[in-house]
Every structure is written in structure tokens, then in C-alpha cells.
Design a protein around this ligand. Structure first.
Ligand SMILES: NC(=O)C1=CN([C@@H]2O[C@H](COP(=O)(O)OP(=O)(O)OC[C@H]3O[C@@H](n4cnc5c(N)ncnc54)[C@H](OP(=O)(O)O)[C@@H]3O)[C@@H](O)[C@H]2O)C=CC1
Ligand SMILES: Nc1nc(=O)c2c([nH]1)NC[C@@H]1CN(c3ccc(C(=O)N[C@@H](CCC(=O)O)C(=O)O)cc3)C=[N+]21
Length: 297
């Protein structure tokens, strides 16, 4: 069997189109322009690429983009002051502080200083708690993007066995909550999991968020299963070049799976599209307006 390729890049374009439509209506009918502020501390080249891409797509969707680039030596208090200023700025509906932060900062403290209503990453403890109890929240962008693609492919996820590999706060845990919310039977595997291959082989849905290049191979996959590859790993491709690979070995997994997301062009573009979607949702909630349908979990 050769897997159907789930085209995250094309799917993300449709999400961005919907977002742009809502933005246009907010402007026309209410004179409101949603605004997203992205804060980057330090000069990590990969982070700079993502932040640039976020800013560009924010503007393309008709929203206001505010970028704060702070030097690596910024103190935690200085960063907290920027967050506070953005919390109090009515033009800003979404705030994203790019992770990881430099080692001298306490990321939990910084994230929890963001107004939960503006926390478009969905990382604030209030949003984590709301998601865990099935209440309306801001949903983390990467897992939300994965959920949208899974719902689109399967229709209903009810009763399916899902295995999430990875238990980070930003991907693995919220992904597991969303799958549980859609009535999957969810297993979370991690670095201490025994017989991980057998566990993954029991899954109808595999979400890999590990950060280990091509760790999951085709022999781990149940024939016909859906593979969502969250991993973004830049590896040596010889001759001084690098290439981007996921946490799944694409060629061998695609031979066995029923459907698979590629890297690049899978989860990554959906993450940014969901960030824009969350910003519109936050803007509507802040203004007491009905929120867009189909853009939240
Ligand atoms: N496409 C996108 O938009 C995004 C992509 N990413 C990518 O997703 C990947 C994961 O990111 P993130 O969740 O932040 O990573 P973390 O490093 O925070 O978490 C990795 C998880 O994988 C687990 N793990 C590590 N090694 C193994 C192993 N050998 N077997 C099983 N589990 C293992 C760890 O287990 P333990 O807890 O036991 O240590 C941990 O729970 C990365 O490649 C990252 O670049 C991340 C965010 C967004
Ligand atoms: N507060 C915070 N929120 C995040 O959501 C967040 C973060 N910090 N820190 C870093 C990770 C990583 N992340 C990605 C987003 C888009 C792509 C993406 O668009 N990838 C393209 C390829 C990009 C390339 O070529 O490098 C693709 O997969 O096709 C990847 C990774 C968001 N993250």
C-alpha cells in the first residue's frame, strides 16, 4: 500500500483563506483589525526564520503584525515588562513568545504572565486547565493543526487507537488531550516507554513529536494507519548541505501507512495557519463577537 499524502501546505492555505475572510468582515462590519505580537529573544537562526514567516503570513491575512526582537542578554524583568505592555494594548489580540527562551529565563513564569485571553499559543496554565477539562480555551497551534488534518481525513476519530510519541507541554500532552476530546483511545509514549514499537504498531493514528530524525520506521506502523509527523529536524545531507526531515522515516512509513504528512509541507505550515486562526478567535472573543466556525477545536 502506498499512503495518501496529507498535504499540510495546501490545507494551511485553505485555513489562511478562511482567516482572511473573517478578518475582512471584522474590518468592514466592526472597524476592528486583529493584531498579533510575536516576541523573539536572542538570535537563533531557525527561530528568526519562523518569526519572519509568521509576520509575513499575518500581514497577508490582513491583520496587524507587531514584532519585538530583543537581544539574548535581555533580563527576565525586561521581557516581563514587554509582555505586560502587550497585555494592556487593546490593538494586540494575540501574543506569542517564541520558545525556547535563553537559559537565564524561567519560561513558565514568562508564559504565565501572558493574558490567557491573548495566549494564542495556548501554553498558559489557565488554557492548559481549560483544555484538560473540556472547556473553551485557546488551543496550542501545532496539535490543533494535526487535529484538523486528522478530522478532515477520517471524518470521525471516535474509538480509534491513537498513540502520541512525545510528552512535551507544547505538543505531546495537548495533542493527547485533543484526541481524547474526540473520543480516541489515547496512549502517550516517551523515552521511558517499554516495547515502544509494539505500542506504536497498535495505533490507528500515530502522532510523532520526538525531535529524533527518522526514528519511527515503517516496521513500527500498522498497515493502513495514519501517520502525523510533527518532527522538524535539520540534518546533514552531505556536500555541505542540510535537509529537513521528520521524526518518521518517510519512505518506509509511506509504504505501510494509509495516510501520512510530509516534512516539510505537513504539520509546519498548519501550525502557522492555526496561529492566525487563534488570533482571529481571540479578537472575536475580546470584542464579544461570534467566533469563526471551523477554526477552533
Ligand atoms: N511542526 C511544528 O510546527 C513543530 C514541530 N516541532 C518539532 O517536534 C519535535 C518535538 O518537539 P517538542 O515536543 O518540543 O520536543 P521535546 O524535546 O520537548 O519533547 C520530546 C519528547 O520526545 C520524547 N522522546 C525523546 N527521545 C525519545 C525516544 N527515543 N523514544 C521515545 N520518546 C522519546 C521525550 O521523552 P521524555 O519526556 O521521556 O524525555 C519528550 O517527551 C521536534 O522535532 C520539534 O522541532 C515542535 C513544535 C512545533
Ligand atoms: N511559542 C512558540 N510557539 C510555537 O508554535 C513554536 C515555538 N514557540 N518555537 C518553535 C516551534 C517550531 N514551530 C514551527 C512552526 C512552523 C514550521 C514550519 O512552517 N515548517 C515548514 C518548513 C520551514 C523550514 O524550511 O525550516 C514546513 O514544515 O514545511 C516549523 C516549526 C513553531 N514553534
Amino acid at each position: 500500500m502506498t499512503a495518501k499524502v496529507i498535504d499540510g501546505k495546501a490545507f494551511a492555505a485553505t485555513v489562511r483563506e478562511k482567516v482572511a475572510g473573517h478578518v475582512a468582515r471584522l474590518k468592514e462590519e466592526h472597524g476592528i483589525t486583529p493584531g498579533l505580537a510575536v516576541v523573539l529573544v536572542g538570535e537563533d537562526p531557525a527561530s528568526q526564520v519562523y518569526v519572519r514567516s509568521k509576520g509575513k503570513q499575518t500581514i497577508e491575512a490582513g491583520m496587524n503584525s507587531y514584532e519585538y526582537k530583543l537581544p539574548a542578554e535581555t533580563t527576565e524583568d525586561e521581557l516581563l515588562a514587554v509582555v505586560e505592555k502587550l497585555n494592556n494594548d487593546p490593538q494586540v489580540h494575540g501574543i506569542l513568545v517564541q520558545l525556547p527562551l535563553p537559559n537565564h529565563m524561567n519560561s513558565d513564569l514568562v508564559i504565565n504572565a501572558i493574558d490567557p485571553a491573548k495566549d494564542v499559543d495556548g501554553f498558559h496554565i489557565s488554557n492548559v486547565g481549560l483544555l484538560g477539562t473540556g472547556q473553551k480555551s485557546m488551543v496550542p497551534c501545532t496539535p490543533l493543526g494535526c487535529l484538523m488534518m486528522l478530522r478532515d481525513h477520517h471524518g470521525s476519530l471516535s474509538g480509534l487507537n491513537a498513540v502520541v510519541v512525545g510528552r512535551s507541554n507544547i505538543v505531546g500532552k495537548p495533542m493527547a488531550q485533543l484526541l481524547l476530546g474526540d473520543s480516541c483511545t489515547v496512549t502517550i509514549a516517551h523515552s521511558r516507554t517499554k516495547n515502544i514499537q509494539d505500542i506504536v504498531r497498535s495505533a490507528d493514528i500515530v502522532v510523532a513529536a520526538v525531535g529524533r530524525p527518522e526514528m519511527v520506521t515503517g516496521d513500527w506502523i500498522k498497515p493502513g494507519a495514519t501517520v502525523i509527523d510533527v518532527g522538524i529536524n535539520r540534518i546533514d545531507a552531505g556536500e555541505g548541505k542540510t535537509k529537513l526531515v521528520g521524526d518518521c522515516e518517510y519512505s518506509s512509513c509511506a509504504e505501510v501507512a494509509g495516510a501520512i504528512t510530509p516534512v516539510p509541507g505537513g504539520v509546519g505550515p498548519m501550525t502557522i495557519a492555526c496561529l492566525l486562526a487563534n488570533t482571529v478567535t481571540a479578537c472575536c472573543r475580546a470584542n464579544g463577537l461570534p467566533e469563526p466556525k471551523g477554526l477552533t477545536a
